[in-house]
Write a protein that binds this ligand. Structure first.
Ligand SMILES: C[S@@+](CC[C@H](N)C(=O)[O-])C[C@H]1O[C@@H](n2cnc3c(N)ncnc32)[C@H](O)[C@@H]1O
Length: 224
């Protein structure tokens, strides 16, 4: 693991205890709806094995378990995993780096990652690693912050990220610096078509996306 990745893991270790509460407040509760859409997009079938990469405290994994799917949650931050194990003892957590997943090739019917890919040091390498552990014809679903599609809203959203989000985060989070990082990383993240290109280049096919909440979030899907 290189230094930047260690810093990201350490940052999530520090915010772990209040991560889920801060998320609900900062997304005005929208994150719950986004997570339900991820479940619908993955559409787990009986007997399938699903992998939730960068699962954090398991909040993105819970809807899968509630739907009766067999799902493994993996994350790099031991702090996030430990909070997850306490709060969601029914989940299967495995410590693991998205760039070197601790699973054999072709293990999963579907792999999903929610608000995690942006945090991984090398996006293309993570997309290729997720392809490695996916069975032939398996599915990929990525939920990530993206670019609002309505131009007048783009500027407003840019100001929210740059000015308002860090101030609100200072009130609700134990680590406001983590939310400055959040705002900066969202602004630096590739837009919908560019991310689709990266997914295709990593070996996935039939890449498509759906904008949610006006493009604040996009769900990309693909097949192997
Ligand atoms: C914003 S949280 C998302 C957690 C969860 N998926 C959710 O939706 O609540 C991002 C997660 O990515 C994890 N992460 C960052 N880099 C990673 C890597 N290289 N491998 C695995 N997890 C990583 C962090 O530890 C953190 O838990």
């Amino acid at each position: 693991m290189d230094k930047r990745q260690r810093d990201v893991a350490a940052m999530f270790d520090r915010v772990a205890a209040r991560y889920d509460v801060a998320n609900d407040i900062l997304s005005l509760g929208q994150d719950r709806a986004w997570r339900r859409l991820v479940l619908e997009a993955v559409d787990p079938q009986s007997g399938e094995m699903i992998l939730d990469v960068a699962a954090g405290t398991g909040t993105s994994t819970v809807p899968f378990v509630e739907a009766g799917a067999f799902v493994v949650a993996t994350d790099l931050s031991l702090g996030m995993l430990s909070v997850g194990r306490q709060r969601q003892p029914q989940l299967t957590f495995v410590a693991g780096d998205a760039l070197r997943l601790p699973f054999r090739a072709s293990s999963f019917d579907a792999v999903t990652i929610t608000f995690g890919l942006r945090n991984v040091e090398d996006t293309s390498a993570a997309l290729a690693e997720m392809a490695r552990v996916t069975k032939p014809d398996g599915r990929l679903v990525i939920c990530e912050f993206s670019s609002p599609t309505w131009r007048p809203f783009q500027r407003l959203y840019g100001s929210y990220l740059a000015a308002a989000l860090p101030k609100i985060a200072a009130l609700v989070s134990s680590n406001p610096a983590a939310y400055r990082y959040l705002a900066e990383s969202i602004q630096a993240w590739p837009d919908q078509p560019r991310l689709a290109e990266l997914i295709t280049a990593a070996g996935w096919r039939d890449v498509a996306w759906r904008n949610v909440s006006g493009g604040i979030v996009a769900l990309h899907r693909a097949r192997l």
